[in-house]
Design a protein around this ligand. Structure first.
Ligand code: GAR
Length: 210
C-alpha cells in the first residue's frame, strides 16, 4: 500500500473521508501521517483520534516561504511519503516544493476546473448563475488549481441555494470523489505524464455515473 500523507489547514472533513477509505486494508493507499500549517486545525484532533501521526509545521516558525516548505518536505520524508494529498491546505506551495512532488501530489478543489480557480468558489458559482457546480481532484503543478485533472463530480445548483446549502452539497460529492481519485493514483491507474493525466485500462472517471 502506498504511504500517503495528508496536508490540511482546518476542518479536515476530506482528510477524514480519506482516512475512512484507507481504513480498509484492501485500499491501495495507507494514511501514515497528517501535517497541518495551523496548530488549531480541527482535523488534527480527528486524525489523532484515528491513530494517525500528526505534525504541525506553522508558517510563523520559519523566516521564509522556502524554509517553511523545506520543513514540510522534511516531514514528508520522515513519514516516508510516496503520495501527498492536499485536503483543504489553504497555502500556495513554492515551485521548488511542487516540482519535487510533481506526479505524486494531488489536490481537491471545490469547483469544476478550469472554472472557478481560487477561493470563494461557491459564492462565485451562485453569482455567475451556474446551474451545475462540483469538485475536481487534480495533480498539483506550479500554477494554482491548474494541474491535470484526475476526477470530477458534478452537483446541481438548486433554486434558492445559498452558499451554505451549495457548499454542503459539493462537500458531500468531495467526500466520495477524493477516495476514488486517490485509489486511481495509488494503483497507478491515473498517472501524470507530459503535463497530462494518463489513464490505464478504463474510461476516465467522473463520479456521476455518466
Ligand atoms: C474543501 O471544500 C476543499 O475542497 C477546499 O476547502 C475545503 C476544506 O474542507 N479546498 C480549497 O478551497 C483549496 N483551495 P475540509 O477541511 O473539511 O476538507
Amino acid at each position: 500500500r502506498k504511504r500517503t500523507v495528508i496536508l490540511i489547514s482546518g476542518r479536515g472533513s476530506n482528510m477524514a473521508a480519506l482516512i475512512e477509505a484507507a481504513d480498509d486494508s484492501s485500499f491501495p493507499a495507507k494514511i501514515v501521517g497528517v501535517i497541518s500549517d495551523k496548530a488549531e486545525a480541527a482535523g488534527l484532533g480527528l486524525a489523532a483520534s484515528n491513530g494517525i501521526a500528526t505534525r504541525v509545521v506553522a508558517r510563523g516558525d520559519f523566516a521564509s516561504k522556502d524554509a517553511h516548505d523545506a520543513a514540510i518536505d522534511a516531514a514528508l520524508r520522515e513519514f516516508g511519503a510516496e503520495i501527498v494529498c492536499l485536503a483543504g491546505y489553504m497555502r500556495l506551495l513554492t515551485n521548488g516544493f511542487v516540482e519535487k512532488w510533481q506526479g505524486r501530489m494531488i489536490n481537491i478543489h471545490p469547483a469544476l476546473l478550469p472554472l472557478l480557480k481560487g477561493l470563494d468558489t461557491h459564492q462565485r458559482a451562485l453569482d455567475a448563475g451556474l446551474r451545475i457546480h462540483g469538485c475536481t481532484v487534480h495533480f498539483v503543478t506550479a500554477a494554482m488549481d491548474d494541474g491535470p485533472i484526475i476526477a470530477q463530480s458534478a452537483v446541481p445548483v438548486l433554486t434558492g441555494d445559498d452558499e451554505k446549502a451549495l457548499s454542503a452539497r459539493v462537500l458531500g460529492a468531495e467526500h466520495a470523489l477524493y477516495p476514488m481519485a486517490l485509489r486511481l493514483v495509488a494503483e497507478g491507474k491515473a498517472r501524470m505524464e507530459g503535463g497530462r493525466t494518463v489513464f490505464s485500462g478504463f474510461e476516465a472517471p467522473n463520479h456521476n455515473g455518466l
